[in-house]
Design a protein around this ligand. Structure first.
Ligand SMILES: Nc1nc2c(c(=O)[nH]1)N[C@H]1C(S)=C(S)[C@@H](COP(=O)(O)O)O[C@H]1N2
Ligand SMILES: [Mo]
Length: 198
């Protein structure tokens, strides 16, 4: 049954809504566990594993070029929100700051609060992926992942880690929190990669 906040897509939007998804006009919050409260002063972002290990501050991130992004957001629990307006920093710009070991092929995204999710480097280093610190022109609220979250528009939103604080570079794929609990390892909404087959 469709609730009051969920609707069948209008004809002009329907081709933007992946199979099995309903549109929502609100912006639901989907968090497993408690919401970490992190200030920009204490926020720190580390890279480790198959990379030269470095810790970055909020200032380091703010020194990178900032862009506006408009992206559709698809949660595996079947809601989609079109045209979310974000402000952030391109993943590709951040990658110009780090020195990867050529063997690195996979990444574990790490967050304040302990959430993890895995992603292949090829899916992470795309021009349209970004670290977001504003939504609809306002600083990202804690419940939506403030002060900083990742946004990966071409995969289900569980890959868009809130309160992100690090990337661990790996040679082989390892499974993050939801992936260990039955979600698909990649999560491509147009292919309905919702659950793992194993
Ligand atoms: N750290 C962290 N990131 C997370 C989650 C979470 O529980 N913890 N939930 C994921 C899921 S399942 C979704 S749908 C989106 C929801 O983002 P929102 O709460 O801003 O709508 O965040 C993703 N990122
Ligand atoms: Mo989700």
């Amino acid at each position: 049954m469709l609730g009051k906040f969920f609707q069948k897509p209008e004809a002009q939007d329907s081709e933007r809504v992946p199979p099995g998804q309903h549109l929502t006009k609100g912006f639901p919050v989907l968090t497993y566990g408690a919401t970490p409260k992190i200030t920009t002063e204490e926020w720190e972002f580390r890279v480790w594993g198959l990379v030269k290990p470095v810790a970055f501050t909020w200032k380091d991130f703010m020194a990178l070029p900032q862009h506006e992004f408009t992206a559709d957001f698809h949660c595996v629990t079947r809601w989609s929100k079109l045209d979310v307006k974000w402000t952030g920093i391109k993943v590709t710009d951040f990658f110009s700051l780090i020195e990867l070991d050529p063997k690195a092929a996979h990444v574990m995204e790490h967050c304040y609060g302990g959430y993890t999710t895995n992603i292949a480097i090829a899916d992470l280093v795309k021009e349209e992926n970004f670290f977001a610190f504003k939504a609809f022109g306002e600083p990202l609220t804690a419940e939506h992942g403030g002060p900083m979250r990742l946004v990966v528009p071409h995969l289900y939103a569980w890959k868009s880690a809130k309160w992100i604080n690090g990337l661990e570079f790996l040679e082989r794929e390892e499974l993050g929190f939801w992936e260990r609990n039955g979600y698909h390892t990649r999560g491509e909404p147009w292919a309905e990669e919702r659950y793992s087959s194993i």
